[in-house]
Design a binder for this molecule. Structure first.
Ligand SMILES: [Zn+2]
Length: 217
């Protein structure tokens, strides 16, 4: 891959919010974004597969992406006004580099996250982790694809008395089923539009006889 430091410096000197093309270039150069024929655990087939943590391994990329995202959040006056009290919360470990990068760039109050014991279990916080009633939260993740984790996380936070004030992800890669967050401010750095097929029977790539790779997440 290209030298991450020089690429970061080049982008950082241009402006503080990377463009869609710059984000996609980082994802491709690190092999975080792959073209091919993939099958998700849900059975969905696609021509693209993205693992943002592959790009986030490089601190310069993590910094460039999260500083960019923090700028978008800061541009919202109501969010800017409450930054010192904000909690940054991720629904999975892949969201942690995003959460800590945002917390540092914004100088927000705290970061925490939820996990599952295994795939069949609901999201839960670490034991003894208390959510304050009236706490204001920015919900973050590396990617919004199915939206299931973020929706479940939002419901869990609300059941603990917290209020989600915004959703922020590095990449928005919606599928036909991705839910909307309604009127909640929603920020992302790049939108990727992959082709999705409901299953093998409806997949153009299967029809062409292209080898299919199963992906775990
Ligand atoms: Zn297929």
């Amino acid at each position: 891959m290209a030298d991450a430091v020089s690429l970061y410096n080049k982008i950082a000197h241009m402006h503080l919010v990377p463009t869609q093309d710059e984000v996609v270039r980082v994802l491709r150069e690190t092999d975080a974004l792959r073209d091919g024929h993939f099958e998700y655990p849900s059975g969905l087939h696609s021509n693209e597969y993205l693992q943002v943590p592959i790009a986030m391994r490089y601190y310069q990329h993590q910094r460039m992406l999260t500083v960019g995202l923090s700028r978008l959040l800061r541009s919202h006056p109501e969010i800017r006004a409450i930054i010192p009290q904000l909690s940054i919360v991720a629904p999975a470990t892949a969201g942690l580099p995003v959460a800590y990068g945002l917390c540092e760039a914004l100088r927000a109050n705290q970061v925490y996250w939820a996990e599952r014991e295994d795939r069949s279990q609901p999201l839960q916080f670490r034991q003894y982790l208390e959510t304050r009633s009236g706490e204001q939260v920015i919900l973050v993740d590396d990617i919004l694809r199915s939206g299931k984790n973020l929706q479940e996380m939002k419901a869990l936070l609300e059941s603990r008395g917290a209020t989600v004030v915004a959703v922020a992800v590095v990449i928005y890669q919606p599928t036909p089923e991705t839910p909307s967050f309604g009127s909640l401010p929603f920020y992302y750095l790049a939108k990727l539009e992959a082709s999705y097929y409901a299953d093998a029977a409806n997949c153009e790539l299967c029809r062409k006889g292209l080898a299919c790779e199963k992906v775990r997440i």
